[in-house]
Design a protein around this ligand. Structure first.
Ligand code: ADP
Length: 151
């Protein structure tokens, strides 16, 4: 069984994340969207909210699950028997960042392969950071997040 873990903060999930997961569905038997909990990070949405947004987004996709984790992503992969880490790439700075994480993860656990999917051009400008800024300033961010979620 091919299991991929898609780790991130998802604060909140955006149309960019949704697109990466949907395009990865045919590649894997199961995709675990893994919400990382970093105790030194302050989140805009509670973990319950972030989890509910993701569950609502993929409610019609039975091979997609949502879980929370803390600690190293590779340790959570081992716990969940995931052989793949899924990540999205928007631009050269994502590439540089993802390259170092993937190479360091591979040095720690060579059996886990990172799979990078390029963003669809229409979503390449979308980031959770900008969505949060819009919300903090009272704007409407609906066009940037999955249809299923109401912010
Ligand atoms: P992190 O806090 O780990 O960066 P994010 O929730 O911001 O987590 O992102 C998780 C993954 O989704 C990362 O690989 C990121 O590059 C990717 N991603 C974020 N936004 C987009 C987008 N608009 N299109 C494609 N991939 C994206």
């Amino acid at each position: 069984m091919k299991i991929a873990l898609f780790p991130g903060s998802f604060d909140p999930i955006t149309k960019g994340h949704e697109d990466i997961v949907k395009r990865a569905i045919p590649l894997f038997d199961k995709i675990i969207v893994a919400i990382g909990q970093n105790s030194s990070k302050i989140y805009h949405f509670t973990s319950e909210k972030r989890k509910a947004f993701i569950s609502d987004t993929f409610k019609n996709f039975p091979t997609v699950e949502v879980k929370e984790y803390s600690g190293l992503t590779v340790d959570f992969c081992k716990k969940e028997n995931a052989q793949y880490i899924l990540r999205g790439l928007r631009n050269p700075s994502d590439f540089e960042f993802e390259k170092s994480i993937a190479q360091m993860n591979r040095a720690m656990v060579p059996e886990i392969e990172t799979v990078l999917i390029l963003t669809a051009p229409e979503y390449s400008a979308i980031s959770s950071t900008i969505v949060r800024d819009i919300l903090k300033n009272g704007g409407n961010a609906r066009q940037f997040v999955p249809e299923a979620i109401l912010l």
